[in-house]
Design a protein around this ligand. Structure first.
Ligand code: SF4
Length: 429
């Protein structure tokens, strides 16, 4: 959906861990930030996402959520019509009418997100002012916030970042002298429960998750907050949390056995948990997860994988596939490389890993064809053409729809990559 104006001419710089980073600008093949609504609306159960956009935006959301049927959906699109675009109608008045009608009909909504889109940005509709105005009108029953899911210069996981960043000013203050751990990034409920249990076994009791499950369980934040990023695409949220005094615990991401162990250890060390206690709590699930990975190694070891930039999960996933399953990394493309948040991940990649940031899709397709990898991880738009050329592909978007974090999910994560390889073998018989 995004087509950036081309500024050709890649540049090469030395990146973290001395791995070279190829920086490219050009046409990109990624979904926009509206896509995040599909997993976010399931997390915050009394929230509603109102996209202020065009019919195209409505179609995107509807087709991404197409398999789900709801009695009372928790997202919708307020269509910007031709009269709004031509300036014949006051878009703010129209928006107020839509919101008032929605909230009158749905008293279960406690948190309303106005989600900006390319069209709302083009007509310069100021949704943050609209949110302030509507919040005042509907306070204290409903809080109205806004963020942009526009596809102009963004990729699809940035929708979650923008949404969570918009929540940060709303979080209650953590009382002075108190300490708490915040896990930041939407996780499947089953994963959240597992992590909560493990933190409790480690003796870390004051643990909160962002996003919360409801508008009235917002996690507190303050100088006593240490936070762990569960997702690697939350740069704005991290900045906003630090603005409120929170401190990031540097760690790799909790993907695979190694990543999960190092992530939990970062919290354990910050809370002064002893080595013995850490071993007691983690050794069994760690061994179970490592054993569950064994059966995927035969399919994946020594196979060559190529990542197109899409979900921003590419670097931690590449680390997992390389170190725990023995895959060779041909190219690891990512839309943005946040060097600080990625430092612990980059340190674990082989020194000669080819990293690329941004995209010039034609150039990257040329490199991919030339390398002829065994598996290509890419967006939906590229997968079918590449399959028709005989390549085996994995849709990157599945990584955000599936529970993949933590020990119990490590084998499921490996399975996501093994499945297309096995399917290709079967087709070839
Ligand atoms: S926000 Fe922009 S990129 Fe996304 S669906 Fe709407 S028009 Fe397309």
């Amino acid at each position: 959906m995004n087509d950036l104006s081309t500024t050709p001419g890649p540049s090469i710089e030395l990146g973290c861990g001395d791995a070279p980073v190829l920086r490219e600008r050009g046409q990109r093949e990624v979904f926009c930030g509206l896509t995040g609504i599909i997993w976010l609306h399931r997390k915050i159960q009394d929230a509603f996402f109102l996209v202020v956009g065009s019919r195209t935006c409505a179609h995107l959301i509807q087709s991404a959520a197409g398999v789900m049927i709801f009695a009372e959906p928790r997202f919708a699109t307020a269509i910007i019509g031709e009269r709004d675009l031509a300036g014949l109608a006051d878009a703010n008045d129209e928006l107020d009418k839509v919101v008032n009608k929605l909230l009158a009909r749905r008293p279960d909504i406690k948190l309303l997100f106005l989600v900006g889109s390319c069209p709302s940005e083009v007509i310069k509709l100021d949704l943050s002012r609209a949110a302030q105005r509507l919040s005042k009108d509907h306070s204290p029953d409903v809080r109205v916030l806004s963020y942009s899911g526009s596809g102009i210069e963004t990729t699809f996981t940035q929708g979650e970042d923008a949404c969570l960043a918009s929540l940060v000013p709303e979080l209650p203050a953590l009382p002075d002298g108190e300490r708490s751990l915040m896990v930041v990034g939407a996780l499947a409920d089953v994963v959240e429960d597992q992590f909560r249990r493990m933190f409790s076994e480690l003796g870390i009791d004051s643990v909160h998750f962002l996003p919360p499950q409801s508008a009235d369980t917002m996690p507190p934040v303050g100088p006593g907050t240490s936070y762990l990023l569960a997702q690697p695409f939350l740069a704005d949220t991290a900045r906003a949390l630090e603005g409120r005094g929170a401190t990031r615990l540097p760690a790799p991401f909790p993907l695979g056995v190694e990543g999960t162990t190092a992530w939990l250890k970062a919290a354990a060390d910050a809370w002064g948990v002893s080595e013995t206690k850490f071993e007691d709590v983690t050794s069994r699930p760690r061994a179970r997860a490592a054993a569950a990975l064994d059966r995927y190694r035969e399919t994946l070891a020594e196979r060559r994988v190529f990542f197109f930039p899409d979900s921003q999960l590419e670097v931690p996933i590449a680390r997992f596939l390389n170190r725990e399953l023995g895959m060779e990394l041909v190219e690891v493309g990512t839309p943005y490389l946040h060097k600080q948040h990625m430092a612990d991940e980059l340190a674990l990649l082989p020194a000669d890993t080819m990293l690329s940031e941004g995209q010039h899709v034609e150039n990257q397709l040329d490199r991919c064809r030339e390398a002829s990898p065994d598996l290509v991880v890419c967006g939906l738009g590229l997968a079918n053409p590449l399959e028709s050329e005989g390549m085996t592909t994995k849709w990157a978007i599945e990584l955000v729809f599936s529970p993949i974090h933590g020990y119990e999910q490590a084998a499921d994560l490996a399975e996501l990559f093994a499945r297309p390889m096995v399917r290709r073998t079967r087709l070839a018989v």
